[in-house]
Write a protein that binds this ligand. Structure first.
Ligand code: ADP
Ligand code: MG
Length: 179
């Protein structure tokens, strides 16, 4: 059965935006990408002395089972050159499962919903952009409610869109000759 999975993507090494875009392209092999949030500049949380992250949230329809899906995510992380050196340290790409339909999973290698989902602004801010009414299957609150209940903490700011993503011509051309 097809399920809607919500993912958190993060990068703080190399060309962060290119890394997120490359990961999203690779995710298309696991199912149908339904939504991608804006990219957010986020202050590191667990290990403060490292570069800021670029984070986003992605919604994707998949036929895979949770464990199989996690293995596929880890395959993408590996293919993109992620090295597990320092726990919580800098990474080219981090792919975390936030929600998997309404499934609740609690095994040694996989916890769904993600155990820190409700505590992290760098996860909830992008997720609230694409799924504000989605309910947490354990806490029952919506993503928007969880986001609004967060205490002040490390900074999370929407990044300005990349020029390559422009959908209308630059204003400087549109206004040319209008004096
Ligand atoms: P981080 O906690 O910073 O994301 P890693 O990406 O290295 O660290 O992941 C550590 C382990 O977390 C993985 O090996 C994986 O088995 C486990 N894990 C448990 N639940 C999840 C989840 N919901 N999404 C992704 N990984 C998970
Ligand atoms: Mg991870």
């Amino acid at each position: 059965m097809r399920k809607l999975v919500y993912l958190s993507l993060g990068s703080n090494l190399g060309h962060r935006e290119a890394n997120l875009r490359a990961a999203i392209e690779r995710l298309a092999a696991l199912g149908e990408v339904a939504a991608v949030s804006s990219f957010y500049e986020t202050e590191p949380v667990e290990l403060a002395r490292q570069p800021w992250f670029l984070n986003c949230a992605v919604a994707l329809w998949t036929e895979k089972m949770p464990k199989q899906f996690l293995a596929a995510l880890q395959g993408i992380e590996k293919a993109m050159g992620r090295q597990r050196t320092q726990p919580k340290g800098p990474r080219v790409i981090d792919l975390d499962i936030l929600l998997f339909g309404n499934s609740v999973v609690d095994t040694a290698g996989l916890t769904i919903p993600h155990p820190a989902l409700h505590q992290r602004r760098f996860v909830l801010e992008p997720l609230a952009e694409i799924a504000p009414e989605q309910r947490h299957p354990v806490f029952k609150h919506t993503v928007r409610e969880l986001r609004d209940a967060l205490p002040a903490g490390p900074a999370v700011r929407k990044a300005s869109p990349s020029p390559r993503k422009r959908t209308s011509p630059p204003r400087i051309n549109a206004d040319e000759g209008k004096g």
